[in-house]
Design a protein around this ligand. Structure first.
Ligand code: FE2
Length: 201
């Protein structure tokens, strides 16, 4: 497995999420439902491994620097998951109203604050020991390889709220969770799959 620089990759993910949210906001504002579905599908697949890496590895490691900040970011994850779920439900409708897509655009835009707030952690990450960075790089590579989308992860794998990030400097990836993931391998975003099949018809 290739060695990853976890801090550089973490920041690069944020750039992609920022650009995806910008694209999603514009598509929703224009009521371009097909495009919004495609972009949301990509975001779902990108953000799944990113959040999983943060909650299972990065945030717990950074608790030594700022536990309160990590708690706030976990709440922002809850909001982001709710937004993606609501948006996915909305985009399942054949013809959502302008009011609905406008409201969804507003929600998508509001998540840009998460991107900035989370990216701030990079400056703390730079203070981690090389062995911790190596562990983080391995974790990031592993969750990317498993490739579980955000909604699938939130529904079936995410550690319950109130217990995330409690284990400092150790990844709370219990065997049952890893085995579940290996058993089910590469999940695809439900709405990406839907878009592809509807385009092919
Ligand atoms: Fe993040």
């Amino acid at each position: 497995m290739a060695k990853l620089d976890p801090i550089a990759e973490f920041r690069e993910d944020h750039r992609k999420i920022r650009d995806g949210l910008t694209e999603l906001t514009a598509a929703l504002q224009a009521k371009d439902v097909e495009k919004a579905r495609r972009v949301l599908g990509k975001l779902d697949e990108l953000v799944g491994p990113h959040f999983r890496f943060e909650e299972e590895a990065f945030y717990p490691t950074l608790r030594t620097f700022s536990g309160k900040y990590v708690d706030d970011l976990l709440k922002e994850h809850d909001k982001a998951i709710d937004m993606v779920r609501s948006c996915a439900d909305l985009l399942k409708k054949p013809n959502p109203s302008y009011e609905e897509t406008y409201e969804a655009a507003h929600s998508a835009q509001s998540l840009q604050a998460y991107v900035s707030n989370c990216d701030v952690l990079a400056i703390l990450g730079e203070r981690l020991e090389p062995k911790e960075l190596k562990k983080l790089g391995k974790n990031l590579a592993a969750v990317r390889k498993e490739g579980v989308s955000l909604l699938r992860w939130a529904e079936s794998i995410r550690i319950p709220r109130g217990t995330q990030g409690i284990i400092v400097g150790n990844f709370p990836r219990s065997e049952p969770i890893s085995q579940d993931c290996r058993g089910q391998k590469t999940f695809k975003s439900p709405f990406t799959t839907k878009v592809v099949s509807s385009t092919e018809k």
